[in-house]
Design a binder for this molecule. Structure first.
Ligand SMILES: Cc1cc2nc3c(=O)[nH]c(=O)nc-3n(C[C@H](O)[C@H](O)[C@H](O)COP(=O)(O)OP(=O)(O)OC[C@H]3O[C@@H](n4cnc5c(N)ncnc54)[C@H](O)[C@@H]3O)c2cc1C
Length: 381
C-alpha cells in the first residue's frame, strides 16, 4: 500500500484529500492500460479522464475563471504516474498544451478549454525546435503578419501529442526584438492547412511524439495569445506552473518503485531469510524513503507557494523538478538492483519505471539548466 501520510501535511486542504481518494479509486479500476498503440491509448485515456471529471483541474474554467490549483495538478500527476506513466502523460499534456490559453487566452481562445477539460479535444505545447531546445530564445520558426493573418513557417520537434492533438500552442519568432523578446505565442488548430507531422519520434518509454512541419500555416491575428513579443514570458509563466508537476510525476514513479521494492524484499527468500533481513537492502530502502519524502516536501512546497499567491515560484519549482526527478532516478535504480534479474526483464514494472523516469530529467528544462536557474535565484541575479 503506498504511503499516503503526506496528505496530512499542512500544504493540503480537505478538497485535496478528497480528490486524491477519488482519483486513487478511479486508478484502481481503470489503470494500467495497454500501451501497444500509444496514440489510441492516449486518446482513450484523455476521454476517460475527461468523463470522470479529472481533466477539470488541467485548465481554467472559462465560465468561472480561478487560478490553476497546482497542488491538485501535482496530486493528480503523482497518483496517475504511480499507476501508469501514460495516464500521467495524457493528463499532463491537457494542462501544458493549454497552459498559455488558461493564463493569457481571450474568451474566444478559451473556448478550446471547454473541450480539453472534458476530454473531447487533446492539446499540445510546441516550443522546442531542432536547433533550440534548452536555448529556446534562439528559435527560428517565424510568424509573419500578412494582412489580418499571421503566417507560421518552420519546424517544431519533440512535440508530445504531436499528430494526435486537436490544438497546439505554438511559439514563433515575430521579430519585435532579437532573442527572447521577439517571440509570440499562437493557438493553432491541428487541421490548419500546412501543418503536418514530418516525423514520428520513438523514445525509450513510448509516448506520442512528433516533429511537426509548419509550411506557411495561416492563422488569424486573433490566434495571438497575449501581446506580440510576449511569447517567451508566456512560455516561462506556463512552465512556472507546470514545472513542479514534473517533479510530482517523478515522485509517483519513485513511490511505485519503493512499493514494489518493499513487497519484493518481504517476499523473496535469500540465504534462508527474507531479502529484507539483509542490512544493505535495508540501507537501500531507507535511502529510497528518505529521497521520496524530501522530494515530496520540495514538490508540495512549490505547489503550495504558487497556490498561496506567489506571482512566480522560479526557485521553488526548479528545486522541486531537479531534486524529484534526479532522486527518482536513484530510487528506481535501487529498485532495479533489489529486484535482481527481474528488474531488467522487459515488461516488469520496475523495468518500465527505469525507462519512464529518464526523459523527465531532460524536458521542461534539463537538470543542468535547473541548477543554473537555482544558482541565479540564490545570487539574486
Ligand atoms: C520525451 C520528451 C517529450 C518532450 N515534449 C516536448 C513538448 O511537448 N513540447 C516541447 O516544446 N518540447 C518537448 N520536449 C523537448 C525538450 O523540452 C527538450 O528536449 C529539452 O529542452 C532539451 O533540449 P534538446 O533536446 O535540444 O537538448 P539541448 O538543448 O541540446 O541540451 C542537451 C543537454 O545539454 C545540457 N545543457 C543544456 N543547456 C545547458 C546549460 N545552460 N548549462 C549546462 N548544461 C546545459 C543538458 O544536459 C541538456 O540535456 C520533449 C523532450 C522529450 C525527450
Amino acid at each position: 500500500m503506498p504511503d499516503r501520510s503526506f496528505l496530512t501535511w499542512p500544504f493540503f486542504e480537505d478538497r485535496h484529500r478528497d480528490h486524491a481518494a477519488r482519483l486513487e479509486a478511479w486508478c484502481a479500476r481503470n489503470l494500467p492500460v495497454d500501451h501497444q498503440d500509444v496514440d489510441a491509448a492516449c486518446v482513450s485515456l484523455v476521454r476517460k479522464l475527461g468523463e470522470a471529471g479529472f481533466l477539470k483541474a488541467s485548465a481554467v474554467d472559462p465560465a468561472d475563471p480561478q487560478p490553476l490549483d497546482v497542488r491538485t495538478l501535482c496530486i493528480t500527476r503523482e497518483t496517475l504516474a504511480r499507476h501508469d506513466g501514460l495516464a500521467d502523460f495524457a493528463f499532463a499534456m491537457q494542462g501544458l498544451g493549454t497552459g498559455a490559453i488558461s493564463l493569457f487566452g481571450t474568451a474566444e481562445q478559451q473556448k478550446w478549454l471547454g473541450k480539453t477539460r472534458t476530454g473531447e479535444a487533446l492539446s499540445a505545447f510546441a516550443l522546442s525546435e531542432p536547433r533550440s531546445g534548452s536555448d529556446v530564445a534562439n528559435m527560428e520558426m517565424t510568424a509573419t503578419l500578412d494582412g489580418g493573418d499571421y503566417v507560421l513557417s518552420g519546424e517544431k520537434t519533440w512535440i508530445s501529442n504531436g499528430g494526435i492533438a486537436d490544438v497546439y500552442t505554438v511559439f514563433a519568432r515575430t521579430g519585435e526584438a532579437p532573442g527572447a523578446k521577439g517571440i509570440s505565442a499562437f493557438v493553432v488548430p491541428a487541421d490548419a492547412p500546412g501543418l503536418s507531422v514530418a516525423e514520428r519520434l520513438e523514445v525509450i518509454a513510448p509516448h506520442p511524439l512528433a516533429r511537426l512541419a509548419f509550411d506557411d500555416v495561416r492563422v488569424p491575428a486573433s490566434a495571438l495569445i497575449g501581446k506580440a513579443g510576449d511569447g517567451f514570458k508566456i512560455a516561462m509563466s506556463v512552465l512556472d506552473v507546470f514545472r513542479s508537476t514534473v517533479g510530482a510525476a517523478a515522485l509517483g514513479f519513485a513511490r511505485r518503485a519503493l512499493d514494489e521494492t518493499t513487497a519484493r524484499a518481504g517476499s523473496r527468500q535469500l540465504f534462508g531469510a527474507p531479502l529484507f533481513d539483509l542490512q544493505m537492502v535495508q540501507g537501500h530502502i531507507a535511502d529510497m524513503a528518505l529521497d521520496i519524502d524530501a522530494a515530496a516536501l520540495l514538490v508540495y512546497r512549490a505547489a503550495w507557494t504558487k497556490d498561496s499567491g506567489a506571482p512566480r515560484v522560479t526557485r521553488e519549482a526548479a528545486m522541486a523538478k531537479l531534486f524529484a526527478t534526479d532522486k527518482a532516478q536513484d530510487v528506481i535504480d535501487r529498485a532495479v538492483q533489489i529486484h535482481g534479474g527481474d528488474g531488467v526483464r522487459r515488461g516488469h514494472i520496475v523495468e518500465s519505471l527505469y525507462r519512464e523516469i529518464r526523459a523527465l530529467r531532460i524536458y521542461e528544462g534539463a537538470s543542468d539548466v535547473q541548477k543554473i536557474v537555482i544558482a541565479r535565484q540564490v545570487m539574486g541575479a
